[in-house]
Design a protein around this ligand. Structure first.
Ligand SMILES: *Cc1c(COP(=O)(O)O)cnc(C)c1O
Length: 370
């Protein structure tokens, strides 16, 4: 008897197989052009992506964490600053804040969707003695946070609001897309993201031409032109031409891919038995369905049950940022919702090329959770 392969959480090889010839032709076009970094493909992608979001400017950078770092510096964050963010989003924003030398102020999240809210931000800000220079809100798992009240609060305290859209490409509410809702937005095009490169990539998006110019200088040594550094804090973080060309190829199919992802999550949500378990999702376009995440008070048992049914799972994320050893906080804050959620989240298979029989296998396993 041959064992049936487990349903994988993700399978990038299937996304490649689905457009193998176009991808090869795209890479060949760039290779033959002899232009590899910050060239015509990157410029075209920046324009096409900004237009798709309805913002004035997009600046391609090396990855999503660099995008956060240069966005933070561009809005004025320095080593003396405090930046508020969540502690349940995989250390990305926290790494960028720490890299600058700034201090993270951790904000707890809503118990239903695990997102920052204006109430949770206000509580953290009011409990903090000094000013808060910026706030990073993460659209976790692809669920669009309620940005308007966060933006109002940020304006009242003089803080810039940055949307981390790495998991939310294509998520929209009232016709406005992730990355167009606050001061500035950041994207990652890491190969597992909804809009995925074949390597590292990222972008910063904004409607503010001054901020866009600053990000453009910061991504390349602080230059305003070749070998002329005018902006302090510059570095090298650039999008390369092959990745930009791949992103141009894939951008037109983002909305359809997201619709498929959402339909998968909807089937899971309908299969979870009534009780204390639930799937984190919105079934409208405000959800990019980047990850299908089950919240369960019995994670270890459910994980074992799914594994025995041939369903792979993962955990996003097992250790909240404020509990990470690298931070070495002597007096970590108390974030009860964040801490409880880290014990309860379980990621299920979800990607556009998942087969119907595989989705059904996951649904059957969910229905029979003890
Ligand atoms: C993936 C991700 C990032 C980081 O992107 P990289 O390109 O891997 O640096 C940042 N924020 C969130 C929410 C992510 O999911």
């Amino acid at each position: 008897m041959t064992a049936i392969a487990a349903v994988p959480v993700n399978a990038l090889s299937r996304a490649v197989a689905a457009q193998r010839e176009e991808l090869h032709a795209t890479a060949a076009r760039v290779i033959d052009s002899g232009w590899f970094v910050l060239g015509p493909e990157t410029e075209a992608f920046e324009q096409e992506f900004a237009a798709s979001l309805g913002v004035g400017h997009c600046v391609g950078v090396g990855n999503g964490t660099d995008a956060l770092e240069v966005a933070l510096v561009a809005v004025g964050v320095s080593a003396a600053s405090t930046v508020a963010t969540v502690a349940n989003a995989g250390m990305y924003a926290t790494s960028a804040i720490l890299k600058i030398g700034a201090k993270p102020l951790f904000v707890d999240v809503d118990a239903q969707d695990l997102l920052m809210t204006a109430a949770s931000l206000r509580a953290a800000v009011e409990g903090h003695p000094g000013p808060v220079a910026a706030v990073v809100v993460t659209h976790l798992f692809g669920q669009l946070a309620d940005v308007a009240p966060l933006l109002a609060l940020c304006r009242s305290i003089g803080a810039a609001l940055i949307e981390d859209c790495a998991q939310a490409a294509g998520a929209r509410r009232d016709g406005r897309l992730a990355g167009s809702l606050a001061t500035i937005g950041t994207y990652s095009f890491y190969p597992t993201k909804n809009l995925a490169a074949l390597g590292d990539g990222g972008a910063v998006v904004t409607d503010d031409p001054g901020l866009a110019d600053r990000v453009r200088r910061l991504r390349q040594y602080g230059w305003d032109r070749k070998y002329h550094a005018v902006t302090a804090g510059g570095r090298n973080t650039r999008l390369d031409e092959i990745q930009a060309a791949v992103l141009r190829l894939r951008l037109p199919q983002l909305a359809a891919d997201n619709a498929v992802r959402r339909s998968i999550v909807a089937r899971y949500a309908a299969s979870v038995p009534a009780g204390r378990r639930f799937v984190l999702s919105a079934l409208d376009e405000s959800f990019s369905a980047h990850l299908a995440v089950l919240s369960t008070p019995a994670r270890a048992a459910d994980r074992a049950h799914l594994e025995s049914a041939g369903v792979a799972t993962d955990v996003h994320y097992p250790i909240p940022d404020h509990r990470q050893p690298a931070l070495a906080l002597s007096d970590p804050p108390s974030l009860p919702v964040t801490e409880a959620a880290a014990e309860q989240v379980l990621t299920l298979p979800c990607f556009p090329q998942l087969r119907d029989d595989e989705i059904e296998r996951v649904c059957a396993a969910l229905r029979t959770m003890p």
